[in-house]
Design a protein. Sequence first.
Length: 225
Amino acid sequence: MLAISAGGAVTASGAGPTALTAGSSLDAAGSIGSVAGQALSRRGALVSRDSTRDSGEETDPELVALAEKQMAEREAKLAEMRRAAEKQAAKIKENKWVLPLASYQITATFGQYGLWASYHTGLDFNGNSGDPILAVANGTVTETGYDGAYGNKTVVTLDDGTEIWYCHQTSIYVSVGDRVNGSEVIGTVGATGNVTGSHLHLEVRPGGGDPIDPFGAFVDHGIVP
Ligand SMILES: [Zn+2]
């Protein structure tokens, strides 16, 4: 509001439409990060108005100083917003999941009835025994070993507490406590446990609780399996 009244007052003292534009751009600059350049070019307008004043027109220097101070504050604020946006983008990228196998077909989806005790609690990625399994996201290994129907299983707990279960493996390459990054090879596809053929059975368990549909979880984290 101060910006507008500053603009108005400058206009009244004779600087004309340039000052008005400067005033309204100050106001507009507040909302979006991409207008920083605009704000800078407005500053240019302000400077050229100053030279007009030098050539004889009257303008209150205090108002100009106030307008410039506010412009600088807006710019600082915009820079801060840009930094926050970049940080957020980096965070999203960091949380983006990757696919666990380089080549696969989805052979069973979450909630299907069939071979399983009640219903299928994960997503099956068909692969050959020995194919590398990649961690789908950053996390810490919290369990490894043979687990009945699941066969050789690795559990990686992501930073948000979500457990990712990798099952039926031939080999497990990581140990409890290991820090793993998305895309890192953590083991190989196999046919251990209750299976009819080699594949990766992957489960997603938020907070270590009941499994949710991994397909939706992948989509939520930026990738369609
Ligand atoms: Zn399965």
